[in-house]
Design a protein around this ligand. Structure first.
Ligand code: B12
Ligand code: SF4
Ligand code: SF4
Length: 222
């Protein structure tokens, strides 16, 4: 029987063997970003994405999504350009998350969990930041110190307490390149995106706020 620390370590080792670039752990407690989410909705920045409004009460606390949740395992999967994977990433991500969850159950058969990615009512970037996967940049994306923002996120909520990871410091500094380069001026302020103005709102494909980011430059993605 593995103790909490050993199980947390095993989850990371197995997660990386499955193909995730990074696996981190945070506690399943309300996110400190939630008040920002509420204000963002009040300003109407979600536009026609009514599901984001509908998700508001559930996003307030991850235990509304999975009542037994004690820990959140956040996983990052790298990509080069969004068009490389498009919608297919949901399928690949979910398959890998389920594979990781099955392995966890081999170590600890009593564990129950909930796998989610993108469409689930969870503040994914916020919990990825809490799990030490990176920091939320001024372009509002989660930036990993090695892979930059070119990572998709997915999570497993589980009913046991694991060893949480330390936070990483935000390293945007005085840079504002993403905010300045956006062709539609979609950033109302750093960290604040009016989704209605974002080209990706109508059709996925714009990458400008990622292309200009120094954390995405000269990286070896192989
Ligand atoms: C709705 C949505 C969109 C909308 C709105 C984008 C947005 N930034 O909110 C649209 C359609 C425009 C969109 C576009 C894209 N998306 Co999208 N999207 C989502 C979704 C479903 C919800 C995001 C959300 O809750 N937005 C609401 C607002 C309030 O949140 P926010 O802007 O992120 O604000 C947070 C921070 O900025 C922070 N914050 C606020 N103020 C401050 C101040 C300081 C000082 C600090 C430190 C932090 C901070 O708090 C907020 C709450 O977490 C998530 C999946 C999920 N379930 O989380 C994917 C997700 C964010 N999208 C993703 C991707 C890949 C994209 C695109 C690159 C795809 C593309 N090329 O078309 C673009 C990128 C555009 C961009 N710059 O964000 C990935 C991002 C991965 C990553 N590395 O971060 C996610 C996580 C999906 C996934 N599972 O991988 N998306
Ligand atoms: S994806 Fe394009 S349009 Fe949307 S915020 Fe980034 S640069 Fe602006
Ligand atoms: S371009 Fe600069 S400000 Fe924007 S996310 Fe990257 S480092 Fe942060």
């Amino acid at each position: 029987m593995l103790d909490r620390y050993e199980l947390s370590q095993e989850i990371k080792i197995v997660g990386k063997a499955i193909g995730f670039q990074e696996v981190g752990i945070s506690l399943a407690l309300p996110s400190f970003h939630f008040p920002f989410y509420e204000r963002w909705l009040e300003k109407g920045y979600h536009g026609k994405m009514m599901y984001l409004k509908k998700h508001e009460p559930i996003k307030k606390d991850p235990r509304h999504l999975f009542p037994q949740a004690k820990s959140i395992i956040s996983c990052a999967l790298k990509y080069k350009t969004y068009s490389e994977w498009g919608d297919e990433y949901h399928v690949v991500m979910k398959k890998k998350l389920k594979e990781l969850f099955n392995k966890i159950q081999e170590f600890a058969p009593e564990v129950k969990g909930y796998v989610c990615c993108d469409t689930a009512p969870l503040l994914e970037k916020s919990f990825a930041q809490c799990a030490g996967l990176g920091w939320i940049g001024k372009n509002t994306l989660l930036i990993h110190p090695h892979y930059g923002s070119h990572v998709f996120l997915g999570e497993i909520l589980i009913n046991i307490e694991l060893e949480r990871d330390p936070l990483l410091v935000n390293q945007c500094g005085s840079c504002q390149k993403c905010v300045e380069a956006c062709p539609t001026k979609a950033f109302m302020a750093p960290y604040e995106l009016d989704a209605r103005r974002c080209i990706s709102y109508e059709a996925p494909g714009c990458e400008v706020c990622q292309e200009v980011c120094p954390w995405n430059k000269e990286k070896n993605f192989s």
